[in-house]
Design a protein around this ligand. Structure first.
Ligand SMILES: *Cc1c(COP(=O)(O)O)cnc(C)c1O
Length: 428
């Protein structure tokens, strides 16, 4: 791409283009190292779709109640195969990752039960769900409001799960232990599937009846297996992140043990009706096609993230994961240390967006978040973060979280433009 006449049209300073070419050359072996993993996941999905007997008639979709929707049932069987679970719930009616996760929490937990968060403070939007937010400790309808007890096990100093304190938290009435695979808006390392498997074994050895739940957002198809294949009873995520492959226009999924998935469905829909209703309209084709493309698209996002890590660390910024660190999700965090460079980064990155490239992102209050949040990078699906995007709560130490990109070249252009903006504003 470095000799493309179109790249020259962006007016990026020559020294940044030269640095980009150099970073690209240096990181090529790391990107090549991801190929085997991508192939593994691509074949896994291909095989799953073939094994469930996907046919043209599965794209028809239903209206109204959505009774007898064979396309929906086939899609859910394909997800169950991919995640190695007994069952899955894959629905456009799930509005977001938060909604998928909260269906699991409300579906499984009962008054008097305790929920334990094993990976420190959960993702911002879940604090209101749990009733653990500083601003909304007793938000009406939160788990706490309904009588579910909550205990957070803070991460150890190295950012890993504190095994001792986790073990101490397992006595009754603990009913569920929730793990967050991806870092969320924090500097901690994301959890690998291998580490998750270890931790789940630790919990199960002490109390096998505890439900191990994983917030799987941003982790799908980044490793060889999924948390549900190393012992997690239930996992959930968003279709406008990894598993929708950039084509799913909305939706979320839940995968796990059949009885637990059905409990989440009872909460999402209604007890007694459960997973048997829910029209799919014209959405089945993009949901199937998105699942099929997901490993490829995740590969593009990872190639972009590796470039971003290389480029911004070459500019002197601290990045996590480091350039050659093993990747277990698609997030690339960059620490800016002050609000100005963080905001300039997001504004520059917006120039790489395929939709609304000329928009100027501003920090703003967002539903579910305590701090103002800046969000850059618009795509074909509103808020889809499998598309090139960067976001950050405006709070110290001012970390920008970059993720997604349906094509690696687009991520590179976005990163170069972000650096160009920092340079124009005299911040690098
Ligand atoms: C994105 C995300 C969620 C849920 O996000 P939505 O914006 O509601 O889809 C939950 N947990 C983590 C770790 C996430 O990255």
């Amino acid at each position: 791409m470095w000799d493309s006449p179109f790249l020259k049209e962006y007016g990026i300073p020559q020294r940044l283009l030269e640095l980009g070419r150099e970073v690209d050359r240096r990181t090529a072996p790391l990107v090549a190292g991801q190929e085997a993993l991508k192939a593994h996941n691509q074949l896994k999905v291909l095989k799953a779709l073939q094994d469930v007997g996907l046919g043209e008639h599965h794209f028809a979709g239903t209206t109204g109640y959505g009774y007898g929707d064979s396309g929906r049932e086939t899609l859910e069987r394909a997800y169950a195969a991919v995640f190695g679970t007994e069952a899955a719930l894959v629905r456009p009616q799930i509005a977001s990752g938060t909604h998928a996760i909260s269906s699991c929490l409300y579906g499984v937990l009962r008054p008097g039960d305790r929920l334990v968060a094993a990976t420190g403070k959960p993702y911002d939007t879940l604090l209101g769900v749990i009733g653990a937010g500083e601003n909304s400790p007793d938000s009406p309808g939160s788990l706490r409001d309904l009588g579910v007890d909550y205990l957070e096990v803070p991460l150890a100093a190295d950012g890993k799960v504190d095994r001792e304190r986790l073990l101490e938290a397992l006595d009754p009435p603990t009913r569920m232990v929730a793990f967050q695979r991806s870092r969320g808006y924090s500097w901690r390392p994301s959890l690998s599937v291998e580490e998750l498997g270890d931790l789940i074994r630790l919990v199960k050895a002490r109390r096998p009846e505890i439900v191990c739940f994983v917030d799987n957002c941003y982790g799908e198809f980044v490793e060889l297996s999924e948390p549900t294949q190393v012992g997690a009873d239930l996992a959930a995520g968003s279709l406008i992140k990894n598993p929708g492959g950039g084509l799913a226009p909305m939706g979320g999924y839940v995968a796990g043990k059949r009885n637990l998935v059905e409990q989440a469905a009872n909460r999402l829909l209604a007890p007694g009706i459960g997973s048997r209703v829910g029209a799919t309209l014209d959405l089945l084709r993009p949901l199937f096609q998105g699942l099929f493309l997901a490993p490829h698209v995740v590969g593009e996002a990872l190639a972009g993230a590796i470039f971003a890590a290389g480029f911004f660390s070459a500019l002197g910024f601290e990045v996590s994961p480091g350039v050659d660190e093993r990747r277990v999700d698609i997030i690339q965090a960059i620490r800016f240390g002050a609000p100005e460079p963080l905001i300039a980064f997001c504004r520059g990155l917006q120039g790489g967006a395929v939709v609304d490239a000329h928009a100027v992102p501003y920090p703003a209050p967002m539903p579910g978040y305590a701090d103002e949040v800046i969000m850059a990078g618009s795509g074909f699906v509103q808020g889809a973060s499998i598309e090139l995007s960067a976001d950050a709560p405006i709070r110290p130490p001012y970390i920008g979280y970059l993720q997604g990109g349906l094509a690696r070249e687009q991520v590179k252009v976005g990163i170069l433009l972000a650096a160009a903006r920092l340079s124009n504003e005299g911040l690098i």
